[in-house]
Design a binder for this molecule. Structure first.
Ligand SMILES: [Zn+2]
Length: 215
């Protein structure tokens, strides 16, 4: 029992590392990266065996992977998951990557809802235009299927240092605020704006083949 307890602790320490060590190895490409640049996956006792742990709160054994569909697929194909879990497992990397996209988008959506409660959002073209006359706009969020991409919005995004995030659809954005549709909104809080941009970059990288750039 004692040996087992020791082993578990060693494993935890190897994974979590002492506080001074802040790097992890990607279970896919096996590159070492700062902890904050990698997604934590928590180990589950049964299928699907791993689950995204965005907040790093699930505890137990886990592993780290780049915010990249490529690395998730590599981990499944090259045995990275099996190595980390110390058992032979069948993990569907496409389903896992889709699951990560879903939870990251949900996080961005809940951040927007929280921002609305704090009156830190401008909703819809008119309100966004009005907000852009001032200096409080941190990030523009545009629905993926928004009509056109009005030049005015693009120019505004450029003025904000390209701080423009594409998220969901007009319908999914609208639903967050009790509207049928919403094509554009502006975030007026820097912290929330930063985090929403981070979420959308990561979701895009997990959806496609590009790796989210380290920040
Ligand atoms: Zn990787």
């Amino acid at each position: 029992v004692q040996v087992e307890a020791m082993t578990e602790r060693d494993e935890r320490e190897r994974e979590e590392g002492p506080e001074s060590v802040s790097t992890r190895t990607c279970v896919g490409c096996r590159a070492i990266a700062p902890r904050g640049d990698l997604l934590r996956l928590a180990a589950l006792g049964e299928a699907p065996y791993v689950a995204p742990d965005l907040e790093r709160k699930l505890g137990g054994r886990g592993m780290s992977v780049h915010w990249s569909r490529v690395c998730v697929v590599l981990a499944a194909k090259k045995g990275g998951f099996a190595r980390a879990l110390k058992r032979s497992v069948t993990i569907d990397p496409e389903a896992l990557a889709d699951d990560v996209v879903r939870v990251v988008v949900q996080r961005a959506e809940s951040l927007l809802v929280a921002a609305a409660r704090r009156k830190k959002l401008a909703l819809g073209t008119e309100a966004v235009r009005e907000a852009l006359r001032g200096t409080g706009v941190e990030v523009l969020v545009i629905a993926g299927d928004a009509d056109g991409r009005p030049e005015e919005l693009e120019a505004s995004a450029a003025r904000l240092g390209g701080r423009c995030a594409v998220l969901g659809t007009k319908t999914s954005l609208g639903r967050l605020f009790g509207r049928d549709e919403l094509g554009v909104l502006a975030i007026l809080d820097r912290g929330i704006g930063d985090e929403v941009v981070r979420c959308t970059v990561r979701a895009a990288a997990m959806r496609g083949v590009e790796r989210a750039e380290a920040e």
